[in-house]
Design a protein around this ligand. Structure first.
Ligand SMILES: Nc1nc2c(ncn2[C@@H]2O[C@H](COP(=O)(O)OP(=O)(O)OP(=O)(O)O)[C@@H](O)[C@H]2O)c(=O)[nH]1
Ligand SMILES: [Mg+2]
Length: 146
């Protein structure tokens, strides 16, 4: 996709890598810096604490505009406890619902929305770079009930 990737040394503190990425983005005049917090299980307290730290450290360099929680539509009810734990650690501003191109319809996002009070902003409709699309509520409901 042509994005610049900022890496850290193996074993480096994720918060420091995230800080460096934002620092480089600011210096380069980038429009957007995306921090992907790969492989984070909500049941692992250490990883959740680390996530909170990533946000606090990054905020020393620039304001965080969005905190998106990516939920996999195929995991159904399991999304809810996951969303709750993430919301305790960081202020989530929106949900990304992936894998809506399969048979899963992602009805759990109604509960997630009620619980977190934030909108679904993007949906995943495939594995290609153009398959992340803005969420269209009417089309979502039609697919859910259709
Ligand atoms: N069909 C389909 N596949 C998707 C979608 N979103 C992600 N995938 C696929 O699902 C797999 C896992 O996606 P990742 O983005 O690596 O998942 P992740 O949650 O970031 O995983 P970790 O970083 O390991 O925690 C990949 O093969 C993706 O291409 C989607 O909306 N539709
Ligand atoms: Mg990942």
């Amino acid at each position: 996709m042509g994005a610049e990737v900022v890496r850290g040394n193996e074993g480096a503190d994720p918060a420091s890598v995230a800080f460096d990425a934002v620092d480089e983005g600011v210096k380069a005049g980038a429009d957007v810096v995306v921090i992907d917090t790969a492989g984070r299980l909500h049941t692992k307290t250490g990883l959740m604490d680390e996530l909170g730290k990533v946000k606090r450290v990054v905020e020393k360099r620039a304001a965080v505009d969005e905190v998106l929680l990516v939920l996999d539509a195929t995991i159904g009810q399991n999304s809810l406890p996951q969303a709750k734990v993430f919301a305790e650690v960081v202020d989530i501003t929106g949900v990304v619902l992936t894998k809506l191109d399969g048979t899963a319809k992602g009805g759990i996002v109604f509960r997630v929305q009620q619980e977190l009070g934030v909108p679904v902003k993007l949906v995943g409709l495939g594995e290609g770079p153009d398959d992340l699309a803005p969420f269209e509520p009417a089309a979502f409901v039609d697919a859910l009930l259709g």
